[in-house]
Design a protein around this ligand. Structure first.
Ligand SMILES: [Zn+2]
Length: 354
């Protein structure tokens, strides 16, 4: 009794999840959450079991019994921040998960999913997990190119695509390596293999080498890191992926040089020669620039390939449009998938295997 009183003195009531008329207190770290036993038990059978052990009657001397603010109390080993996200979701913001017009931060969904998984809160897990999963689709490259087919992006192609996808899925997802690492951990935790291609691509494209190796720090200080297999997969996949994308770009130029143009003219033979030279020069260029650039039409890249900058203007409008079209067809037919054995990211051109 005296010990639990002493411990309680250091514990503070949470400012968000604290209902005065609640009948159970959960304590994580030095944060207490007061809410309703029946509500929690209805979403989680694990919490229901834990409550059956928590008795308000300290005088009986039953181990584990403790009170806080006059309520039976359950201590957990959870991160207070994660637990707050989960409890906030089930008490206050569950409706946000139903309303896709509300953009829910990725970190909050991820925290909710972690706790929901631990306490087997299946409905909460499904609602939050499916929202995350919807964002991390393996057909991301096809979607990116479908968007650029309908309008010319004003800013960076990936960022404008990302913005649209966030609104579509109702989740705010920072385009960072930290997001990639966190998304991989969620995918691995829940067995959502279909999230892995984009999550690992994000790791390859946006994470710093030390983030890949040492992990990233969440807002509550906890570190989340890739498994050894995923780390090795990213380290090996990133340069190979960049090389594949580079060669695909050169292949598009060469393909256009060989194809018979609609209404071929004398001018076109000049275009053909230009396309061959451009393709050869581009192929010889060192692979450089951001990895995500490799999926994007040359003109819209953050760093313009030298050969393209030098020769593209010498190609006539008709052949130029043909090259844009060929590029789009090649890349929109592309599926990202992760090879199961090695977690190595592979690109399949022409669709099919996932
Ligand atoms: Zn031409």
């Amino acid at each position: 009794m005296s010990q639990s009183k002493r411990e309680n003195q250091e514990i503070e009531a949470d400012t968000k999840v604290w209902y005065e008329d609640g009948n159970i207190v959960l304590i994580a770290g030095s944060t207490a959450f007061k809410l309703y036993k029946g509500l929690l038990a209805s979403v989680s059978p694990v919490l229901k079991d834990m409550f059956s052990l928590a008795r308000p009657d300290n005088d009986l001397g039953i181990p584990g019994t403790e009170t806080f603010d006059g309520c039976p109390t359950v201590r957990t080993t959870d991160s207070p921040r994660d637990l707050r996200c989960f409890l906030y979701t089930i008490t206050t913001s569950f409706v946000e998960l139903l309303d896709r017009n509300t953009l829910v931060p990725f970190a909050r969904l991820a925290a909710t999913v972690r706790i929901a998984h631990k306490y087997q809160a299946e409905q909460v897990l499904h609602a939050a997990g499916s929202r995350l999963r919807a964002f991390f689709t393996p057909d991301v490259i096809a979607e990116l190119h479908a968007q650029t087919a309908t309008h010319v992006p004003q800013d960076n192609v990936w960022e404008s695509f990302w913005d649209r996808k966030q609104r579509e899925c109702g989740v705010l997802v920072p385009m960072t390596g930290a997001t990639g690492v966190e998304a991989v951990s969620i995918a691995r935790l829940l067995g959502y293999d279909d999230m892995l291609p984009l999550a690992l691509l994000l790791c390859c494209a946006c994470a710093e080498p030390l983030e890949l190796r040492n992990g990233v720090r969440r807002a509550d200080g906890a570190v989340v890191r890739l498994s050894d297999g995923d780390y090795l997969g990213c380290v090996q996949a990133a340069p190979a992926l960049a090389r594949t994308l580079h060669m695909l770009g050169a292949a598009v130029m060469h393909k256009c040089a060989q194809a018979t143009p609609p209404g071929g003219t004398v001018t076109h033979s000049v275009c053909k020669k230009v396309l061959v030279v451009m393709g050869n020069e581009y192929q010889k260029e060192p692979v450089s620039g951001p990895l995500l650039d490799g999926f994007v039409w040359f003109q819209w890249r953050r760093s313009l390939p030298k050969a393209y900058a030098e020769y593209a203007q010498a190609v006539c409008d008709k052949c130029f449009l043909r090259m844009v079209q060929t590029f789009r067809e090649t890349f929109s037919d592309m599926t990202l998938y992760v090879e199961k054995e090695s977690s190595y990211i592979q690109i399949v051109v022409g669709g099919g295997a996932k």
